[in-house]
Design a protein around this ligand. Structure first.
Ligand SMILES: *[C@@H]1O[C@H](CO)[C@@H](O)[C@H](O)[C@H]1NC(C)=O
Ligand SMILES: *[C@@H]1O[C@H](CO)[C@@H](O)[C@H](O)[C@H]1NC(C)=O
Ligand SMILES: *[C@@H]1O[C@H](CO)[C@@H](O)[C@H](O)[C@H]1NC(C)=O
Length: 376
């Protein structure tokens, strides 16, 4: 096994003219599936006017990565949480967007050396969520499948299974499914029954389960999952409340899903030998942050830095929006998404001991697992 890994490193180094970098990487590559919290530009390559895109100012106004400040497709003033998770793993930022790599014919080399991001703003666990305007989770999995086939064609399946078993798979999705459900219920003007909610959770968990099982069958062994966020407290939702308060019903819908996700993962792990999962509690992290923002140096935990109307929560971030000056002091970048600083703090919380916001182990300990031991 050692020989295969050493051989792999040589092949990969030769492929990219790559010299061992300054930062030690905890894993060879990262593969990202999810929604706008993780998207790094896939949606810029989707056709249509209704596709959610962060390709205009003021998005990226503080982007610190290669190329300098500019809109990159990230829903943030700078990096997003995928970038900070990648940085904690020893990379310079998130792996690039799949559709961008395809367009520039750089898919295979990058997939082998850094990984790929399939995340797409507006995407849901269900294909019906935002249908036609994003890459749904099932299609993200298909894109990973074809990436893997291309990698195998280049290096053979033994090398690729070693690489994938050591790699970090990051998934964050579900908020859009819950928001679409809540809006549909509102439009129907009928109160939501417990059985409606149970049916929703059932189909979400069944498809989430299919996704994780598919990734496992394709060789994934280390999977880090971020649960659904505190959707009832985003400026878009608060703007609808007379006092600007969080919407408890929306938060309860998210918390219920997160509970179902937690118990499903606890059941799943023993059924897929060698699978190591860490579930990160983005919901609880945000709750703690906005309960006492000053403790973390934030001055504004209710309003969007870039937006318009009440709490900056009545429209998305546009070149004509108001833009706050003190961006490091805001929790929310736009009407839905975190600022770079809030994203950085979440990623840090998912890595560091004690495992207050991850279970059963931190992302750091997940990355350190030996993929070879996880392979059956
Ligand atoms: C659920 O997942 C399967 C497999 O990934 C996919 O083919 C199917 O379209 C999904 N169903 C829904 C309702 O999204
Ligand atoms: C929903 O209910 C409100 C009052 O409860 C009513 O004013 C409104 O017309 C209803 N909308 C629909 C689409 O039935
Ligand atoms: C937060 O920012 C908004 C707009 O940027 C402002 O109206 C509001 O007063 C701020 N709140 C606090 C607590 O500073």
């Amino acid at each position: 096994m050692k020989g295969v890994v050493a051989g792999l490193v040589m092949v990969l180094s030769a492929l990219a003219g790559f010299r061992p970098g300054k930062t030690a990487r905890a894993v060879p590559a990262i593969y990202v599936l999810g929604d706008s919290s993780l998207d790094v530009g896939n949606n810029n390559y989707l056709p249509g006017n209704s596709v959610p895109r962060a390709n205009k100012p003021f998005h990226g106004v503080d982007f610190p990565g290669p190329g300098g400040p500019r809109p990159t497709g990230r829903f943030s003033n700078g990096y997003n949480v995928a970038d900070f998770i990648a940085k904690n793993l020893g990379f310079e930022g998130s792996p690039p967007a799949y559709l961008s790599l395809k367009a520039h014919r750089r898919l295979i080399g990058t997939a082998l050396l850094r990984g790929v991001s399939y995340a797409s703003a507006g995407a849901g666990i269900l294909d019906s969520t935002g249908a036609g305007n994003n890459i749904p989770l099932s299609k993200q999995v298909q894109y990973f499948h074809s990436t893997r086939a291309a990698m195998e064609a280049k290096l053979g399946s033994a090398v690729v299974s070693d690489l994938l078993a050591e790699s970090f798979f990051l998934i964050g999705i579900g908020s859009n499914d819950l928001i679409q459900f809540a809006m549909a219920q509102q439009a129907k003007n009928k109160s939501t029954t417990q059985s409606d909610v149970a049916t929703l959770y059932g189909s979400l968990i069944s498809n989430y389960s299919a996704t994780i099982t598919d990734l496992y069958m394709m060789g994934a062994r280390k999977i880090g999952i971020i649960n659904v966020g505190l959707s009832g407290c985003i400026p878009m939702v608060r703007a609808h409340d007379a006092t600007g308060a969080c919407n408890d019903g929306t938060n309860e819908l998210a918390a219920g899903f997160n509970g179902a996700l937690e118990s499903f993962l606890a059941d799943l792990a023993p059924r897929l030998p060698g699978l190591a999962c860490s579930l990160a509690d983005g919901f609880a992290h945000r709750q703690a942050l906005i309960a006492d923002p000053q403790a973390q140096g934030f001055v504004n935990a209710t309003s969007a830095c870039c937006g318009s109307g009440r709490l900056g929560g009545e429209a998305r971030c546009l070149p004509t929006s108001n833009l706050c000056g003190d961006r490091g002091g805001y929790v929310y970048w736009d009407w839905v998404h975190a600022t770079q600083r809030a994203a950085e703090m979440a990623a840090e919380a998912f890595f560091h001991d004690p495992a207050q916001f991850t279970m059963p182990l931190t992302f750091k300990h997940l990355a350190e697992k030996k993929g070879a031991d996880l392979m059956e």
